[in-house]
Design a protein around this ligand. Structure first.
Ligand SMILES: Cc1cc2nc3c(=O)[nH]c(=O)nc-3n(C[C@H](O)[C@H](O)[C@H](O)COP(=O)(O)OP(=O)(O)OC[C@H]3O[C@@H](n4cnc5c(N)ncnc54)[C@H](O)[C@@H]3O)c2cc1C
Length: 326
């Protein structure tokens, strides 16, 4: 039975890839696995129109119901077996694939150290986060936003639009540091003009409160009183589920110029066939051992394991033996 194309991640990239497959005429089975229960939706309004109360969740939906794919929503991928070409799903099911697209996006970077166990501290990534934050805005809390990047600046602007007192805090001298000082200064001026208090060059030391947030403590000892905080420290790729796969992670998946993931196993097989005169079966067997050693953290890199095995002459002794294909 032919295996499907599996897409892991049912958000913008996963949906668009599935649509592109059908548009390009792919007639085979396509399965889209997504951790969120909701069908795909667009995130940009979450910090703007939806948070402001100008949009409702239905207006964020990305049309997907007419697409001929199997949706596996509310299902998290927990691992990847490159050799068997199977995605492991939570609960233990294994989903075989012909080709795999990794589209698991990113999640917010957490405050370092222990989780902040205070009511009133939020992060913003998905629709439920945005709805919870919007509801919290209703009580007109004093809001502190930690991190003046894109999402921090957008949340600060939307909160001001809704009439909240807003303090925007960042250790950098300007907001939006990624865009350089000129844009940063312009952005700072805009925020000030709209009544946002900016605390720049200000490191945050911690969050204070008894059960609920009461203040943000800065490194210089200043206390910024707040009922609500949004921690907006950037995003990190969702690649934890690939940690033992043998794919190279830095921490995003390392790809070539065609967005093909760097599969250590296949790379090594090609190298051994081209440079050491091994058959593909022999190269496969040797590379599998090397990748297993890497996964077991016994050596730093699969290439090192291959060199070590070749240096030991193990392969020379094994040459001529039959290597079973998997
Ligand atoms: C509040 C906010 C505002 C934004 N505003 C803008 C903007 O104005 N302009 C702009 O260009 N961009 C904006 N962005 C960024 C934009 O939304 C992202 O670039 C876009 O969502 C990336 O799409 P994606 O499909 O690659 O990843 P994501 O949208 O991150 O989706 C990844 C999906 O994979 C799922 N997933 C993760 N791990 C697993 C797993 N192990 N198994 C199964 N599923 C998994 C996640 O649940 C998620 O649904 C904003 C983002 C946010 C959060």
């Amino acid at each position: 039975m032919p295996r499907p194309i599996v897409i892991v991640g049912a958000s913008l990239a996963g949906l668009r890839a599935a649509q592109a497959l059908r548009t390009a005429g792919h007639a085979g089975e396509v399965v889209v696995v997504g951790a969120e229960e909701r069908p795909p939706y667009t995130r940009p309004p979450l910090s703007k129109e939806l948070l402001a109360g100008d949009h409702e969740p239905a207006q964020c939906a990305l049309p997907s119901d007419k697409l001929d794919v199997e949706w596996r929503l509310g299902t998290r991928a927990t691992g990847l077996d490159l050799r068997r070409r199977e995605v492991e799903l939570e609960g233990g099911e294994r989903l075989a694939y012909e080709k795999l697209l990794i589209a698991t996006g990113a999640r917010p970077r957490h405050w370092p150290g222990d989780e902040i166990a205070l009511e009133g501290v939020f992060m913003l990534r998905d629709l439920d986060d945005a709805l919870a934050l919007r509801a919290a805005f209703d009580a007109r809390p004093r809001l502190a936003v930690v991190g003046a990047g894109f999402i921090g600046c957008e949340v600060a602007a939307t909160a001001r639009k809704r009439g909240l007192d807003v303090t925007l805090i960042d250790v950098a001298p300007q907001p939006m540091t990624a865009l350089g000082p000129a844009v940063g200064e312009r952005c700072a001026a805009l925020h000030r003009a709209h009544g946002v208090e900016l605390l720049l060059g200000a490191g945050v030391d911690g969050f204070e409160g008894a059960g609920s947030l009461e203040a943000i403590r800065l490194a210089d000892g200043t206390r910024v009183e707040a009922d609500l905080a949004v921690v907006a420290l950037g995003a990190i790729p969702n690649t934890d589920w690939l940690a033992d796969s043998g794919l190279e992670l830095q921490p995003g998946v390392v790809c070539d110029g065609t967005l093909a993931a760097r599969d250590a196993l296949l790379q090594m097989i090609d190298w051994l066939v081209n440079n050491k005169g091994l058959t593909r079966q022999q190269a496969y067997a040797l590379s599998s051992v090397a990748v297993d050693l890497r996964i077991s953290n016994l050596v730093d890199t699969p290439n090192f394991a291959v060199s070590a095995i070749l240096d030991l002459g193990v392969f020379e002794r094994a040459r001529g033996h039959h290597f079973d294909d998997d």
